[in-house]
Design a protein around this ligand. Structure first.
Ligand code: S3P
Length: 171
């Protein structure tokens, strides 16, 4: 059984979809941010503040390499910046079926506007930041994905149904 992998911008719903999907498909869910936090015994914000983004990106690659060593029947939700590295995109592809949860900048802003845990979205004008980053990243997400699911205006049930259908088709 191949892993089911969820990628997409911050606030696209990867974590929530991952947890719900794990109940539906009866598979354990792994979240790369949580793996890193467990290993480092500190939060993503602390890692960014103390060691910077590159250090965090290296930790993401290490987690993926480790996951690639184990058997794949998990749901893996990954941090929004992880698919930006080419090596990571290759590893994701090896790990399983990759779903891009594609959300518009407006949807994302609505979901993250009160959030303080994502260092890259703090500071002045988060709306503009989201628009710019999303435009830069969308191509990488699409390149990494086997299936793109547009999540705007869909409830979680609909999104889960679409993913489950694809997973069954692939089985
Ligand atoms: C990041 C997304 C975050 C986390 C870190 C950096 C990004 O994960 O990995 O703050 O670069 O998009 P989520 O996508 O789960 O919020």
């Amino acid at each position: 059984m191949r892993n089911v992998i969820l990628i997409g911008f911050m606030g696209s719903g990867k974590t929530t979809v991952g947890v719900r999907l794990s109940y539906r498909l009866r598979r354990a869910v792994i979240d790369t941010d949580k793996e890193i936090e467990k290993e480092e015994r500190r939060t993503v914000s602390e890692i960014f503040a103390v060691n910077g983004e590159e250090y965090f990106r290296d930790s993401e690659t290490k987690v993926l390499r480790r996951l690639a060593q184990s058997t794949g029947s998990h749901i893996i939700s990954v941090g929004g910046g992880l698919p930006l590295r080419e090596e990571n995109r290759k590893l994701l592809h090896e790990l399983g079926q990759v779903f891009y949860l594609k959300a518009s900048a407006e949807t994302i802003y609505e979901r993250v506007k009160h959030d303080t845990t994502r260092p890259l979205l703090q500071g002045e004008n988060p709306q503009e930041k989201i628009r710019t980053m999303l435009a830069q990243r969308d191509g990488c997400y699409t390149a990494a994905a086997d299936v793109t699911i547009v999540v705007d205006d869909k409830d979680f049930e609909q999104i889960l149904n679409e993913i489950e259908e694809q997973v069954n088709r692939d089985a």
